[in-house]
Design a protein around this ligand. Structure first.
Ligand SMILES: Nc1ncnc2c1ncn2[C@@H]1O[C@H](COP(=O)(O)OP(=O)(O)OP(=O)(O)O)[C@@H](O)[C@H]1O
Length: 239
């Protein structure tokens, strides 16, 4: 069973602390929604969890293994992630991105890439430059790439961003199919799409994480579900 733990983790880029997590323990598999206002530190937290950023203080355990500079490449093999799109890959073709990814993860290359692309409903020639895809098409492609090595953990930063309704449905189904016995964390400001796919909720405000709550508990206690829960925690508003 995949587990994640953060203890006394802090991170700053300037004098102001961005992350200040005393204790966070995700000990059951499933889909977690990570929500909170702009700038609360959600992306920073996910980047620390997958070793793209190193905290200033504190410890992170992935499956009880302490994340460090020496084991971080090995631990990265257990993780798939999609962050906001950087234009550094825009000049690559789909074919080149997939080749590079399969090479890095030492995966057996399929005869052609169509099964990978079909899994996210993409029907485009593999010679297409990534920069020529629409935002939603790139989201789907990067998700397909992120799960090719069958990671135990999947971190998705705003996966529904730029997707049309068909794209949202495909991505939701893909996440749900993938998530069995895995641990998935999704950030999103679209609370309706998020609520339909997650089982647990993590709210962040000003770098701190509030206690984990289950979606069923929220639905039992708040008439408008996640939207009301968000207001209650972030703005201290009554149900
Ligand atoms: N590399 C960096 N250098 C300086 N400041 C940074 C850097 N990365 C993030 N920050 C700052 O840290 C704060 C938290 O950013 P982060 O992206 O983690 O928030 P977020 O909760 O994901 O926000 P959003 O909902 O807007 O995506 C912001 O004020 C941001 O400007």
């Amino acid at each position: 069973m995949p587990t994640l733990k953060m203890l006394d983790v802090t991170k700053s880029f300037t004098q102001t602390p961005i992350l200040n997590v005393d204790s966070l323990y995700l000990k059951t598999s499933g889909i977690y929604g990570l929500i909170g206002p702009n700038g609360a530190g959600k992306t920073t937290l996910l980047k620390c969890l997958c070793g793209l950023l190193f905290p200033d203080t504190g410890t992170i355990f992935i499956d009880d293994e302490r994340l460090s500079l020496t084991n971080h490449a090995e631990i990265l093999m257990k993780i798939g992630s999609v962050f906001a799109q950087s234009d550094t890959i825009f000049n690559l073709t789909i074919d080149e991105l997939l080749e590079t990814h399969y090479y890095f993860y030492k995966l057996k290359r399929p005869r052609d890439w169509h099964t990978v692309l079909d899994s996210v409903g993409l029907k485009v020639p593999v010679q297409t430059k990534i920069g020529d895809l629409s935002l939603g098409m790139r989201q789907r492609l990067l998700l397909a790439v992120a799960i090719t090595h069958q990671p135990e953990f999947l971190f998705l930063d705003e996966p529904f961003n730029g997707l049309d309704p068909d794209g949202v449905l495909i991505v939701k189904q893909l996440i749900q199919k993938f998530a069995q016995d895995k641990l998935v964390i999704i950030t999103s400001h679209d609370l309706t799409d998020l609520q339909a796919v997650i089982e647990h909720v993590l709210i962040m405000t000003a770098g701190s994480v509030h206690p984990i709550t289950s979606v069923s508990e929220i639905e039992n206690n708040y008439p408008n579900g996640l939207a009301d829960y968000y207001q209650a925690i972030v703005h201290d508003k009554k149900k």
